[in-house]
Design a protein around this ligand. Structure first.
Ligand SMILES: Nc1ncnc2c1ncn2[C@@H]1O[C@H](COP(=O)(O)OP(=O)(O)OP(=O)(O)O)[C@@H](O)[C@H]1O
Ligand SMILES: [Mg+2]
Length: 323
């Protein structure tokens, strides 16, 4: 079953057979749920409710020539299963409705009026005290979960590893950075020509790929945070694995830096969730660099000069292991 909008009668029959829809439930409309690259993610309105259907394919939905691990919605499903018995974490998660491993199809509750935080780079005021508290509560509870077994998710980690720790630091990576912003390509040489930086990044990349003990979200950036009248919901958990909790907090800190959230707010986050500072600093620096010079660009409007300042700061974080 290949999911696409609008749903056909064949789709609907399949969804009924697999228990995604009740026998007497009729579909009123279906369409793209929002902006996403990796998967086919639809919002389906029925006469009873609205649900999200998310299907992973053996490639990136938006770029079919790029292969990607098909089992990633299964990872997402298992992640939510691990969180279900902890009340706080369950409250921060959309309710899971069904999962079908034969077509890598996941159904979950549609978060009404859910809006991600991708405007935060222009509006740092979105990082309220209440949001900071929710995000830290979530990470602390997540990283305290005792998860005995979780898939290695090695194929997704290998994909992320390439895009975070390898390609941005390669001279010939094929990215057209000048197409994003004229002058970005020559600026990127500052992270491609420093052997000490590259050695440290490689070492951290190995650490990212090695087995850890705590369940982490793996992509904890503002695109995965949905605000809604029912409170904060955390979505898109396909990069989860047992790893270093520092990775989640570092990704969050990197994006708050890029959103120009004041330093004192970031310091207080570090104080209220003390982890290995050296590792946090290094992962934070790497996330900043890959967002400036990698393929997964953000809706930032920073001048080239500002990007250069960010990049210097990020390199300091990586090489000197401190904020
Ligand atoms: N449970 C939900 N309720 C409401 N909207 C949702 C829900 N899940 C996803 N969306 C919307 O669909 C978009 C894409 O979802 P998601 O990020 O999970 O897909 P993806 O294909 O993994 O995206 P990406 O390529 O960014 O990783 C979200 O940004 C959001 O706008
Ligand atoms: Mg995703």
């Amino acid at each position: 079953m290949l999911l696409r909008a609008p749903l056909t009668q064949d789709h609907i029959d399949y969804l009924r057979k697999r228990g995604f829809l009740h026998p007497d439930e009729s579909v009123r409309s279906s369409g793209k749920a929002g902006e996403g690259n990796m998967n086919v993610t639809l919002a389906v309105a029925t006469d009873k409710r609205t649900i999200i259907l998310k299907q992973s394919r053996p490639f990136v939905a938006k770029y079919p020539q790029v292969p990607a691990p098909p089992e990633r919605t299964g990872i997402e499903y298992q992640y939510y299963q691990c969180l279900a018995s902890q009340t706080d974490l369950a409250g921060y998660s959309p309710r899971i409705i069904a999962f079908d491993p034969d077509s890598w199809l996941l159904a979950m509750e549609f978060v009404e009026q859910g809006a991600d935080y991708l405007k935060i780079y222009q509006q740092p005021d979105q990082f309220t005290e209440a949001l900071a508290e929710d995000l830290l509560n979530y990470l602390k509870a997540l990283h305290q979960l005792e998860v005995k077994a979780f898939p290695e998710n090695q194929a997704m980690r290998a994909l992320n590893h390439q895009h975070i720790f390898v390609l941005p630091f390669q001279e010939e990576n094929g990215f057209d950075l000048d197409g994003i912003q004229p002058g970005l390509q020559p600026l990127s040489r500052m992270i491609k020509t420093d052997p000490a930086l590259i050695a440290k990044v490689m070492q951290l990349g190995e650490r990212y790929l090695s087995p850890g003990r705590q369940l982490i979200h793996g992509d904890f950036y503002p695109g995965s945070w949905l605000s809604s009248p029912g409170g904060l919901k955390i979505i898109d958990t396909e990069f989860a694995f047992l790893g270093d909790p520092e990775f989640d907090l570092a990704v969050m800190l990197a994006h708050l830096h890029l959103a120009r959230v004041p330093e004192n707010r970031l310091k207080s986050l570090l104080e209220s969730y003390p982890l290995d500072e050296a590792l946090l600093a290094a992962f934070t620096g790497i996330e900043i660099l890959r967002r400036l010079f990698g393929l997964a660009q953000l809706p930032l409007d920073l001048s080239l000069e500002e990007k250069e300042i960010y990049a210097h700061h990020a390199i300091q974080l990586i090489l000197h292991d401190a904020f």
